[in-house]
Design a protein around this ligand. Structure first.
Ligand code: OGA
Ligand code: NI
Length: 357
């Protein structure tokens, strides 16, 4: 872990101090920059929107599972509405995150850390000391891993603690509901899912702040990556920025009031033997508006062995991935800067698939 003094200042701090151009450490090489046409809202293609209230009804569940399965196989991303998380809890969470970032930098910097396993860690970009170009964002991580011995949600600053705790409770329930639905949608019985699929007690929450940017064509709020966890639940404010890769295109995930964005992470791609994809995504910046989003990453226990489920492997569909422990997978991530082209998945790949997605 780097000493606090060695960590670069947050980008919000730099922007708030007055800034006419993008500092060199944030400028991406030309081939990694977003094209101008991709920065404005364009295209009408949208990721699926699913009303999941029917998951609680025996009669309606099969039809919702079908929608979930199709979204996971074709997109790896979908938005959910009527998800059971009270809108008041979502609003209060967004307000609490704003409060955190509106504090003077000295207050935020009390949590300054690049330790990937600390209960609380405020940092800039993802791994600023190892990256060639930094992401245009600051993140406040709050973590609660089994066996950690302490819980970041209970240690969060007072101005946001209650909202974080409340949000976490509600989102954990949603995560469990979706996790079961996603595996059931693969044609597996709920009994098998409960027995054979590692659960998701592991939670890291990233509160992301993407300041307004003097030149969005030079940098990215989050570089191209896939999520290493099992499942991500994202709450975004009304400012667009998230884009997902679909073939050769980047599709913008349009903010939709009172919804969550759900995406499949690498662990579900592994368990499903590639039937469901952990899709690459990125965040573009914005000339005028700062953007806040909250990513909740759910995953298995550190020692869980993750390998394609036997029910999904056959002579015709051999295992594409070898068994890896989730802890080893994550350590591989932490040792690197985020890299494009899903190189992290190579860690688990048996056969390198000649495929672009
Ligand atoms: C992430 C991520 C997207 C967003 O935190 O992994 O992809 O919109 N965030 O902030
Ligand atoms: Ni992500």
């Amino acid at each position: 872990m780097a000493a606090a003094e060695a960590l670069p200042p947050g980008i919000k701090e730099i922007v708030d101090g007055g800034l006419g151009s993008v500092p060199p450490s944030y400028i991406r090489p030309p081939h990694e920059r977003p094209q101008l046409s991709q920065l404005t809202e364009s295209g009408t293609t949208q990721i699926p929107i699913i009303d999941i209230s029917g998951l609680h009804s025996e009669e309606e569940r099969p039809q919702i599972l079908q929608q979930v399965g199709k979204a996971c196989a074709e997109w790896g991303f979908f938005q959910v509405v009527n998800h059971g998380v009270p809108h008041g809890v979502m609003d209060e969470m967004k307000a609490a995150c704003s409060r955190f970032f509106q504090q003077p930098p000295e207050e935020r910097n009390k949590h300054r850390s690049q330790n990937f396993e600390a209960p609380l860690a405020y940092s800039t970009s993802f791994n600023p000391c190892k990256e060639k170009a930094n992401d245009w964002k600051d993140v406040f991580y709050v973590r609660d891993f089994p066996g950690m011995g302490c819980n970041g949600f209970d240690m969060a600053p007072e101005i946001c603690r209650e909202a974080f705790q409340e949000y976490r409770r509600a989102v954990q329930m949603l995560a469990n509901l979706l996790h079961e639905a996603i595996f059931e949608s693969l044609g597996l019985s709920l009994d098998y899912v409960k027995k054979a699929v590692p659960g998701i007690p592991w939670l890291a929450m990233g509160v992301n702040y993407y300041p307004q940017c003097p030149d969005p064509s030079l940098t990215l709020g989050a570089t191209v990556h896939s999520d290493s966890c099992s499942l991500t639940i994202l709450l975004q404010d009304e400012v667009p920025g998230l884009q997902i890769r679909k073939g050769d295109e980047w599709i913008q995930v349009k903010p939709l009031a009172n919804s969550f964005v759900i995406n499949i992470g690498d662990q579900i791609e592994l368990l499903s033997n590639g039937k469901y994809k952990s899709i690459e995504h990125r965040v573009v910046t914005n000339l005028k508006n700062a953007r806040i989003s909250i990513s909740c990453f759910f995953g298995p226990k550190e020692d869980a062995k993750v390998t394609p489920l036997t029910e999904l492997v056959s002579e015709n569909e051999p295992a594409l991935y070898k068994e890896v422990s989730f802890g080893d997978y994550m350590n591989n991530l932490y040792s690197k800067a985020v890299q494009s082209n899903k190189s992290l998945m190579d860690f688990a790949k048996l056969v390198l698939k000649d495929e672009t997605y």
